[in-house]
Design a protein around this ligand. Structure first.
Ligand code: IMP
Ligand code: MG
Length: 179
């Protein structure tokens, strides 16, 4: 049963909606007249991305990139690989990476290096969640939704071994893990 694996709801639908709207307004100001290329990092960011671009009232384009760093485990494998690359070139574009959660920062630093090598005009990051241990200056992430504790979370796109992405809220996962 789904709910047996959920310990606590961290952010409900209303709190998420409010935060995403705020981020959308912030980003609309920052990217006004720049026609940004907004890149959704699959799979985890898919729901956040959909809500976020709806909250941005400026011209923009979207693309998708799938990376894998965790496999089915709740612990980092330490390996990031591109499962699906972008369809469009980023050279000369103002790029905004949309991420679900920044944990160790491994995925983001890989992505940043990879995309910067393609010569974008600029590169910014918007993450729905970051850990409270993360140094935002160090990882250079300007747009952040919520800061969360060192607990494994699920829902609103985030998974535990591919499950729970469809939950409309963000919760702490307490179910079985493979480590
Ligand atoms: P990092 O490379 O350690 O920063 O991990 C980033 C990626 O790990 C995210 O894009 C997520 O896919 C996954 N991840 C990290 N923490 C969690 C979590 O608490 N729940 C679900 N996925 C997570
Ligand atoms: Mg994941």
């Amino acid at each position: 049963m789904l709910l047996n694996d959920i310990q606590e709801i961290l952010y409900d639908e209303e709190q998420i909606r409010h935060k995403v709207k705020e981020l959308g307004q912030q980003l609309s100001r920052d990217f006004e007249n720049r026609n940004p290329l907004v890149i959704c990092i699959l799979k985890g960011a898919f729901i956040f991305m959909a809500d976020l671009v709806k909250a941005m009232d400026i011209p923009l384009e979207i693309d998708f990139m799938a990376v894998s760093s965790y496999g089915a485990s709740t612990k980092s494998s330490g390996v990031v690989k591109i499962v699906k690359d972008l369809d469009v070139p980023v050279e000369g574009r103002d790029v905004l990476i949309v991420e679900d959660i920044i944990d160790s920062g491994l995925t983001l630093s890989y992505l940043r290096r990879n995309l910067l090598a393609r010569n974008p005009a600029s590169l910014e990051v918007c993450a729905l969640l970051v850990r409270d241990t993360t140094d935002l200056d160090e990882i250079a992430v300007r747009h952040v939704g919520f800061t969360i504790p060192q607990k494994f979370v699920i829902g609103y796109g985030l998974d535990a071994a591919e499950r729970f992405r469809n939950l409309p809220y963000i919760a702490v996962y307490e179910g079985p893990t493979d480590h």
